[in-house]
Design a protein around this ligand. Structure first.
Ligand SMILES: [Ca+2]
Ligand SMILES: [Ca+2]
Length: 387
């Protein structure tokens, strides 16, 4: 069996640190001494596979959702999804919703991933009989196509470059479907920290242009990195993040900006948030030797506290370069801002990075929440949501 023992990577071109001239590696020697340590375990473990997909039997109905949140399937929606005129004979207790919403799949093929569609916990709201009545409905949670991960005290988005829609598969058979369980309340003590605010997160990323396509003469692009809006030298752009109620005044709002420049001279973006300066984001000139990068990239996180943030956060970018023909591109923007923990709409997705040590216990105080139900969607890919 082939076994990975080590990886060797080397850079065959470099710029000479003394002369600045590009150099190409013509030959090299190496000596290999196997160590006594354990060999890398990657790629050698056999992964179990289902013998057949759940889709192999029964009638299945596909539906797509665009954003994260709790979705409602009432009788009208189900008739539409299933293409039926009546739900007669459809037992709501035996309704199943399958789907593997996990964002973009991992790039290394040895990384674990679901082998087949997994069944999701859903909440059926209605009586216990076997009839789908007019006022009854099913709720399920979806994280959407793009996912987030905590990194360095803020949330970073993982743009799904392959789809902006997450698909679910509905079937009704003769077995009971998985339902959202009710979680036991945890006992808070007098020392349990109380959380009354949460991190609102949002991103803006439009994949509009492949710079390798633009640079190449073959007419084909390359790579997974696409950039968005472009700005000529001295150009400006404003990206609004709207409908963000209950922002806490005076707390730092973090803006992550990822930009790209195609400029023969050093250039910079000036960043603002609702008119307040976030400072400058400088970029190097692109190298002018053969096989050099076709553009330079910069990603920074800046912050500013706004005394009256309002409900719309507008990120302003203006681009300037010593090269009059330069073009600057926005790759993406991310917002991390503190909001009051207050149920102001039909649903609210909230999370907090404060006091997240192992076994840590927190008391979340959700205002305006009389009669509200809280779902734990920490790990939507299973164990499944509880309420
Ligand atoms: Ca019923
Ligand atoms: Ca992009």
């Amino acid at each position: 069996m082939k076994q990975v023992v080590t990886h060797l990577s080397l850079r065959p071109v470099r710029r000479n640190p003394q002369t600045g001239q590009p150099e190409r590696l013509l030959s090299f020697d190496y000596r290999y001494t196997p160590g006594a340590g354990k060999a890398a375990a990657r790629g050698t473990a056999a992964r179990p596979h289902a013998t057949r997909s759940v889709l192999a039997s029964g009638d299945w109905y596909k539906l797509g959702v665009a954003e994260s949140g709790i979705y409602k399937l009432d009788k009208t929606a189900l008739l539409d999804v299933m293409g039926l005129k009546t739900l007669q004979g459809i037992n709501p207790n035996n309704l199943h919703v399958y789907g593997n919403a996990m964002g973009v799949l991992p790039q290394p093929n040895a990384a674990p991933r679901p082998d087949d569609l997994a069944e999701n916990n859903v909440l059926f709201v209605g009586n216990a009989d076997n009839v789908f009545d007019d006022n009854e409905y099913v709720l399920f949670y979806s994280p959407g196509a793009h996912t987030w991960e905590a990194q360095g005290g803020i949330f970073k988005h993982r743009n799904n470059i392959y789809t902006d829609t997450t698909y679910y598969f509905v079937t009704v058979n003769s077995t009971a479907g998985r339902r959202v369980p009710t979680a036991a309340a945890l006992a808070a003590t007098s020392t349990t920290p109380t959380i009354t605010s949460f991190t609102h997160r949002a991103f803006h990323e439009h994949d509009l242009l492949n710079l390798m396509h633009k640079a190449g003469s073959s007419g084909s692009g390359s790579g997974r990195n696409w950039v968005g809006e472009s700005m000529a030298n001295t150009g400006q752009l404003e990206i609004p993040f709207s409908s963000i109620p209950d922002l806490l005044p005076g707390t730092p709002i973090r803006v992550t900006s990822s930009v790209v420049a195609n400029s023969a001279a050093a250039s910079a973006f000036q960043l603002t948030l609702n008119g307040a300066s976030l400072g400058s984001q400088p970029l190097d000139a692109k190298p002018n030797y053969e096989f050099g990068a076709i553009a330079t990239v910069s990603t920074v996180t800046k912050q500013v506290a706004l005394p009256a943030p309002g409900e719309v956060l507008r990120v302003g970018l203006s681009y300037s370069s010593g090269d009059p023909g330069a073009v600057g591109y926005l790759d993406y923007l991310e917002i991390n801002a503190q909001r009051q923990l207050l149920l102001s709409g039909a649903q609210l997705e909230f999370r907090s990075l404060s006091n997240i040590a192992p076994q840590a216990l927190n008391r979340f105080e959700l205002a305006n929440a009389t009669g509200a139900v809280v779902w734990d969607v920490t790990n939507p890919a299973g164990p499944w949501p509880a309420r």
